[in-house]
Design a protein around this ligand. Structure first.
Ligand code: DGT
Ligand code: CA
Ligand code: CA
Length: 577
């Protein structure tokens, strides 16, 4: 029965796809897409909100119709609208939309004219040369479709970290409640906080005699769709959402060794094992052995100690130099989410956010923030109701008035101003001058040449009021590649101009990338880990931003918003003009 946000989101996505293939009203389609996006990224489970009797209409993008549908799905596992659409169109037809180059119109034509309902049928139709004859297709399109179908078949599906977290945490809770189970840990790439995960690797400790029973309980978890394998200490299943979960049960004394093994990465493990071999040790998932005798393995720290190393945090375990720096005692002391003193990127309902200034400030307080920068979109982003200078003036007045009343948190006057194609900013200096800081972002012309795109951003950063570059690479995970820019030049310019780069913690962005964080750190440019909150719920996403920062080797001192307000003000104060 679907109960996770991601399941409900998938239903809404499918409804939107089917409506689109039917040529329904675009506004209706967009409402479902919006709701799907909001739900899949919402850190709080809506089924929990319903249990607690909370009003779903408090959520962004959810009106009474959608709220009723969510209730229907959570309580019955079904959505009658989707059932109806399934009766009208073949069940697998939305799969066709996953083929690059196939939009709803083409899918509709393929279905109508060639009775293509599945990817296999599409493949056959393309191979047999039947597609080229359709109006608006042609031989070139047919070839592209053929290539895309073949590439699609070779592509393993990965899950975004925040989505995987919804499934992982529910499963973790379920397993922890099984009698005899002591530890439950999600290891693998999930523990290393990779931005996407291929599958979940769960490690349990239980006494050997209980292990059979534990595996059986795992395979009967109600979200399991398929059991790939099941033995006495291990099993692999596929959940209804498509996510694979591998389970291993070990005894307490092997916990550290198994955790180390299943956390990976493989490259890190191999390098550690080589180190062990050099000192006559053998490491496997049960322990560290010298001449067949166990000398370590109960904790991960004991495994590292056996090879003469301090504990290495999971986010660093990619064999990117962490073992070398560990050996000389130079491991970074990674930033923690709790080090963050504020957030420098948030929207309110003045534009496309959902909550008021006061609500956002209150929510910030509960996250322990000392400050929160309000960064609405600027006028160029008309679809997000971007602000013009007069509207921004008004918001500044409101912030000043509110700040006079707020206790414990200060709102900073700011803007997420569009960087126009020529590198100029979307608002005049007269209003930017009034702000505490200016966040700049690219939201258009993603396909400029590398030289032009880089120049555009450099020029924006040279603006006297520019403070922080938002989501610098512009990529959307699994949806849009980064734009082509010379990131090192941009980082160096930031250093010269005294500006900063963002690590946007939005689950779809996680941008800067981990390796680029490392680059910024080496160049001495501070990074701001920001939520890009569009509602009070979104601050919880900072945990994924902190994870990415840790993968990028960032320490507290490398992060701008770990600074207390006073110091922050000094850093964002304009020293260059
Ligand atoms: P993923 O699932 O693709 O996001 O990435 P991982 O790192 O979770 O990889 P996965 O699930 O294939 O394996 C989990 C961990 O198990 C991996 O990080 C390290 C360990 N492991 C798997 N296969 C091997 C292997 O052949 N050799 C070694 N040393 N470790 C392995
Ligand atoms: Ca994995
Ligand atoms: Ca695995």
């Amino acid at each position: 029965m679907p109960k996770h946000n991601a399941d409900i989101a998938a239903i809404f996505e499918e409804i939107a796809d089917l409506l689109e293939i039917q040529g329904a009203n675009p506004f209706r389609i967009r409402a479902y897409r919006n709701a799907a996006r909001i739900l899949s990224e919402l850190p709080q489970e809506v089924s929990r909100m319903l249990e607690k009797g909370e009003d779903l209409m408090a959520l962004p993008g959810i009106g009474d119709d959608l709220a009723a549908k969510i209730k229907e799905i959570v309580s019955s596992g079904h959505c009658s609208l989707l059932d109806r659409l399934h009766a009208e169109l073949p069940p697998a037809i939305t799969e066709l939309l996953k083929i690059p180059g196939l939009g709803p119109k083409r899918v509709q034509a393929l279905y109508h004219d060639l009775d293509v309902q599945t990817i296999e049928q599409l493949h056959r139709a393309a191979r047999d040369g039947r597609i080229r004859a359709l109006p608006g297709f042609g031989e070139k399109t047919e070839n592209n479709i053929l290539q895309a179908v073949e590439a699609h078949a070779n592509q393993a599906q990965r899950f975004k970290l925040a989505i995987a977290a919804q499934y992982a945490e529910a499963l973790e809770k379920f397993l922890a409640a099984i009698p005899g189970v002591a530890h439950v840990t999600v290891a693998g790439s999930f523990r290393r906080m990779r931005e996407t995960v291929g599958d979940l690797d769960l490690l349990l400790t239980a006494p050997a005699m209980a292990s059979n029973q534990v595996v059986r309980r795992f395979t009967t978890y109600d979200e399991v769709a398929e059991i790939l394998s099941a033995g006495s200490t291990r099993a692999s299943v596929i959940l209804k959402c498509g996510l694979q979960v591998d389970l291993r049960v070990v005894e307490e004394e092997s916990y550290g060794a198994a955790l180390h093994y299943f956390t990976g990465s493989k490259a890190h493990n191999i390098a550690i094992r080589r180190l062990a071999q050099q000192s006559g040790l053998k490491i496997n998932e049960y322990g560290v052995l010298r001449n067949g005798t166990r000398i370590a393995g109960e904790t991960e720290a004991s495994v590292y100690a056996a090879v003469g190393l301090p504990y290495i945090p999971p986010e660093l375990r990619e064999n990117r130099g962490e073992i070398e720096v560990a050996r000389i005692g130079r491991l970074p002391r990674l930033v923690e989410q709790s080090d963050l003193r504020g957030d420098l990127h948030a929207h309110t309902k003045a534009t496309d956010g959902h909550n008021s200034l006061r609500e956002m400030a209150q929510a910030g307080l509960t996250h322990g923030f000392e400050y929160l920068a309000i960064t609405e979109h600027s006028r160029r982003l008309a679809f997000a109701h971007g602000l013009d200078p007069q509207q921004l003036e008004r918001q500044c007045d409101e912030i000043d008035q509110l700040n006079a009343k707020l206790k414990g948190i200060t709102l900073l006057k700011s803007i997420e101003v569009d960087i126009l194609e020529d590198g100029s900013l979307d608002l005049p200096d007269s209003i930017l001058a009034r702000l505490d800081m200016v966040v700049g972002a690219v939201h258009s012309s993603f396909n400029l040449s590398r030289a032009k795109q880089t120049q555009r951003i450099l020029r924006a950063m040279q603006h006297r009021y520019f403070t922080l570059l938002a989501h610098p690479s512009g990529r959307l995970i699994q949806r849009r590649a980064p734009y082509d820019i010379d990131m090192l030049r941009i980082i160096r310019e930031a250093k010269v101009r005294g500006c900063f780069l963002e690590l946007n913690a939005h689950p779809e962005r996680l941008d800067l990338l981990d390796t680029q964080c490392q680059m910024a750190k080496e160049e001495g440019v501070l990074i701001s880990i920001n939520s890009d909150a569009h509602s009070v719920y979104d601050f919880a996403n900072l945990r994924f931003g902190a994870g990415q920062a840790r993968r990028g080797w960032l320490e507290k001192s490398d992060v701008l918003n770990t600074r207390p307000l006073k110091e922050l003000r000094r850093l964002i104060g304009r020293t260059m003009s």
